[in-house]
Design a protein around this ligand. Structure first.
Ligand SMILES: O=C(O)CCC(=O)C(=O)O
Length: 314
């Protein structure tokens, strides 16, 4: 007798998600800008969700004056100043934000750079305007990287891979005066003193590349790349949303090193909502099989649109 089984649903994603030229650019510089990953309507929806969250967090702060970091459905402020709202951990706040982090094409880009299946390690967003004070002609930035080159990188098929990848998407049109993310180009591979590299980049600012693009463009980068928030010099209100990804057996970055791993858990109701095909992406998997997958540079891009996985109603 043959048992009939229903195949488990899978998370359909393109492979490879980058064109050969985009992959080459990524390898050379440590980042690539991919246009049109979101529609303008999706960008507008995300800005609305981010502004609603900022409003709700302000209300939570007013209602809980003694609490250092009040949360709204798990989300909190990393920075709350008149010109900068940096919100994080909004998995349970608004499904539009969740859909961003689970976008099949964006997840596929991160997986291509890691060379394996991804789990989400963090989600956050920034709304910021020009900071008070004078505009310096040659600003200094808060340059940093999330993982060191020795641990974070490997090469397969001659292509660079990193185990911590970000998709950072601008929700507004970003010109050169609009504070786009700045990076020290190529620093994902130059395995030497970070401060010396930053000093070299300030000495020759052509080494500092800045993210510009139309709303819905994504800066895909390796966290070995030295990067920072740019300086807003125009009257723009910059709005960006960021998802971080790592291999499925890695912990969430946003648990913070000083916390125990249980401090920012998902609610039971949220865990129950996670569709089966998104469980590895949201929850990771405590096993060493990472489901490795590598492209060759010459592979043609898979640009067939994939439907996002639908979440059950709340
Ligand atoms: O605000 C930005 O443009 C950069 C964000 C950043 O530095 C990060 O996600 O690590």
């Amino acid at each position: 007798m043959q048992l009939m089984t229903t195949p488990a649903p899978t998370f359909e994603k393109p492979f490879p998600a980058l064109t050969a030229a985009q992959r080459y650019h990524f390898d050379l510089h440590g980042y690539v800008v991919v246009p049109d990953t979101l529609t303008r309507d999706e960008c507008a929806g995300l800005i609305e969700a981010m502004k609603n969250l900022r409003r709700d967090l302000h209300a939570a702060k007013a209602a809980n004056p003694g609490v250092a970091k009040p949360t709204v459905r798990g989300a909190f402020f990393e920075i709350d100043s008149p010109h900068h709202a940096f919100t994080a951990n909004f998995y349970e706040y608004d499904d539009r934000m969740l859909d961003y982090a689970c976008n099949p094409r964006l997840v596929a880009m991160a997986e291509e750079i890691m060379g394996c299946e991804a789990r989400l390690t963090e989600i956050n967003a920034h709304i910021n305007t020009r900071a008070p004070g004078p505009i310096e002609p040659d600003p200094k930035y808060g340059f940093h990287a999330g993982v060191d080159i020795n641990f974070g990188s490997h090469v397969a098929g001659g292509l660079y891979h990193c185990n911590f990848v970000k998709t950072l998407t601008t929700l507004v049109d970003l010109g050169p005066e609009d504070g786009g993310t700045v990076v020290v180009a190529g620093s994902h591979k130059i395995n030497t003193d970070r401060d010396a590299m930053i000093a070299a980049a300030y000495e020759d600012r052509s080494l500092i590349h800045q993210f510009t693009g139309t709303a819905g463009s994504t800066l895909l980068f390796a966290e070995t790349l030295i990067h920072a928030t740019g300086q807003v010099r125009s009257d723009i209100e910059r709005a960006i949303i960021i998802a971080g990804y790592g291999p499925i057996m890695y912990p969430r970055w946003d648990l913070h090193i000083e916390n125990t791993v249980d401090e920012l858990p998902f609610s039971d109701a949220f865990r129950k909502r996670i569709p089966p095909q998104l469980r590895n992406l949201l929850l990771g998997k405590l096993h060493w099989s990472r489901n490795a997958r590598y492209r060759k540079l010459g592979y043609p891009v898979d640009d067939m649109p994939r439907k996002p996985v639908a979440w059950p109603a709340k």
